[in-house]
Design a protein around this ligand. Structure first.
Ligand code: SF4
Length: 311
């Protein structure tokens, strides 16, 4: 398989076929982000030949008689056929509609057991597609996008160079809702800065309450020295929230969500992983967050963040 640099995927895509169709990020400007800094370029589309040869390899695994025999000899269950593909890169959904259809066609040709195709997407990638194109991509299998909106706080979105505003999130995700394309949203606790976290959380809840995300995944801001944001902190331009403040912010988001969705914090940036369904588990999650806020030690939580060498 062709894999270039660090491959990022959401925790819930662990059993998906990871297919490299892009590398890097077309935007590459968010002040806090260092995710694709290990690449020698900003963004690259994979050649179709590479995608096709990776699919041929995947086809071999999913029908490989040796894998079946090994599983039987070891008393393991029969290897599952691949049900889902996850296209790698920061925003493969930026690819032109025609290219996304070509990729879906290749996946069908070589691994016909794949039922749905997911990937990371930016809000601006959705804006590039017509309603007809979105509906047709859904038909071709695209479903379950993951969108790092980070926040619904316009001031923070602008300051961090996200390249869109809260109103764009609502508009583009509502278009996905109409096209029948499901999506998960990633929220970044801490992005609004010291003293503004709870306002940012309320603004984000306002945005999410107008949408139908499958899940809202929480990540916590972890600033590395290579980031532009780190430099701003050093110059005294921006102040980071305390760790406890980040948990207060997450609790505020939870309290203000009125929609049916999954609420989860599973990535490495979260010292305390949690997940639940809303509204059923709201009280349990709230109690767990309150316990962290009341008994958590800022110093210990900070130590966790400082020693987090990789997200
Ligand atoms: S869009 Fe995502 S990957 Fe690209 S710079 Fe922003 S946070 Fe990083």
């Amino acid at each position: 398989m062709h894999y270039t640099g660090t491959i990022w995927r959401p925790p819930y895509e662990a059993s998906s076929l990871l297919l490299e169709v892009t590398t890097g990020c077309t935007h590459h400007k968010c002040k806090f982000c260092t995710l694709y800094d290990d690449l020698p370029y900003k963004f690259r589309m994979s050649p179709l030949n590479d995608i096709e040869s990776d699919l041929q390899e995947a086809q071999l695994w999913s029908t490989n008689p040796i894998a079946m025999l090994t599983a039987r000899l070891q008393g393991l269950s029969r290897p599952e056929r691949i049900q889902r593909a996850f296209l790698t890169g920061a925003n493969p959904f930026v690819l032109k509609y025609e290219r996304l259809l070509t990729i879906a066609g290749l996946i069908q040709q070589y691994v016909p057991s794949v039922k749905t195709i997911g990937c990371f997407a930016r809000i601006t990638d959705i804006a590039l597609k017509s309603d007809e194109a979105l509906a047709s991509l859904r038909q071709a299998g695209y479903d379950g996008l993951t969108i790092g909106i980070e926040t619904g706080d316009d001031e923070a979105l602008q300051l961090m160079n996200k390249g869109y505003a809260a109103a764009d999130i609502v508009k583009q995700c509502q278009r996905l809702d109409r096209a029948g394309i499901h999506y998960s949203l990633f929220y970044l606790a801490g992005i609004s800065g010291a003293g503004r976290g709870e306002a940012g959380a309320k603004a984000t809840a306002d945005v999410c309450n107008q949408l139908h995300p499958t899940r809202i995944g929480v990540n916590m801001l972890t600033i590395y020295p290579e980031s532009a944001l780190y430099q701003e902190i050093q110059r005294g331009i921006w102040k980071e929230e305390s760790e406890i403040e980040k948990y207060q912010e997450i609790r505020t988001l939870l309290e203000n969500l009125k929609i049916r969705t999954q609420f989860a914090a599973l990535g490495a940036s979260n010292a305390f992983p949690f997940q639940g369904s809303l509204p059923e588990d709201k009280e349990t999650l709230n109690t767990a967050l309150t316990k962290i806020i009341e008994t958590g030690k800022e110093h210990d939580l900070r130590e966790y963040r400082i020693h987090l060498r990789h997200l």
